[in-house]
Design a protein around this ligand. Sequence first.
Ligand code: PLP
Length: 423
Amino acid sequence: MSDLAERDRAVIWHPFTQMQLAPLPTPIVRGEGSILYGADGRTYLDMISSWWVNLHGHAHPYIAERVSEQLRTLEHVIFADFTHQPAVELAERLLEILPVNQAKVFYSDNGSTAVEVALKMAFQYWHNLGKPRQNVVALENAYHGDTFGAMAVGGRSAFTAPFVPFLFDVDYLPFPSAHQESDVLAQAEKLLTDNVAALIIEPLVQGAGGMNMYSPDTLDKLIQIARRHNVLIIADEVMTGFGRTGRLFASDYLREKPDLMCLSKGLTGGTMALGVTTCTQAIYDAFLSDNKFKTLFHGHSFTANPLACAAALASMDLLLSNDTQHSIQRIAQRNADFAQRLTTYPTVENIRQRGSLLAFDLKAGEQTSYFNSIRDVAYTFLLERGILMRPLGNVLYLIPPYCTSDEQLDYVYQQIEQLLVTL
Ligand SMILES: *Cc1c(COP(=O)(O)O)cnc(C)c1O
């Protein structure tokens, strides 16, 4: 079976991977619950929900059943001029659980496209009103995806360096950590003007930027400043959505609700690629006109794919069940307890936790960056013990599927502690 890895190397270019340095990839043959089964018989506890997408465990039989029924009924249909049951039902059910000001659902097929659509809606909203606005404000260190618009509103880093000349300008606010709050709000007063089309944020947790967390109160204040200038608020909940923060959406912690929301990742329980952008009635209305030039000219071949919508509906059934809601709180509590235990380790700092998300920094001496070697040490140590965690540089984090048992969590916590004493 290592044969498969060799065949892979001959023909495949992997994401975020320096192909010259990367070891051969690990073939996975099957998944069940939080466990991935390797072709060589080894098992891996998937503690990062396979890039933050999985909610209920791998190959969930209920989702599989619902998707396969849909597959035998209608696999796909063009979504301009046509519609179908799963798309309509999913939109209805999403609007029931999203903040009440969300009124319309626009489908696409991943998190980056959900962000692109939100940006285009925001720019064209002002354009259609005949009051075009030129600026966008984002947070330093943000991550909103890898397509060009999404990259443009993300923080500038080694990841975007080759593309900087091609990205539109964005004004950045520093990350609003507790001790920087008043500074950030003062800068916001300056940057958020009547020329800003939108403020885009990852509410409460910056994911790829290092699982950095900030308070709902600070974000509410930031949004209030933006609102004084009618700046549209885009909440990128691609990572934080569907229970990760302990509530269904991170925006549920806010008094000030966003105008636009981006969803993907957990949307289908991690089964299929699907993206959603939702907006308020006021934004939607700005596109209604006898004038065809006010149309939102955006669409993807696989817009609202029925299989993906069926997976999302099945995932939502599971997510809203008492069992899952219980599990989310159980994992949150276990993580909070473990966070407490972590404070006793001198090699650990900046411990942060919200809901089922837990993150902390490994002290790495001089050079703390994504490219720090401590990352490889931690990654390999845990992988050898059957735990899949993929540190963001020196940031170690957990984002487990909600089906992860107490025993599995205990094992993971133990192995992390083993790692900490060897560092
Ligand atoms: C992963 C992510 C994206 C991009 O989603 P893709 O489906 O990978 O394109 C956008 N925003 C946030 C906050 C994310 O975590």
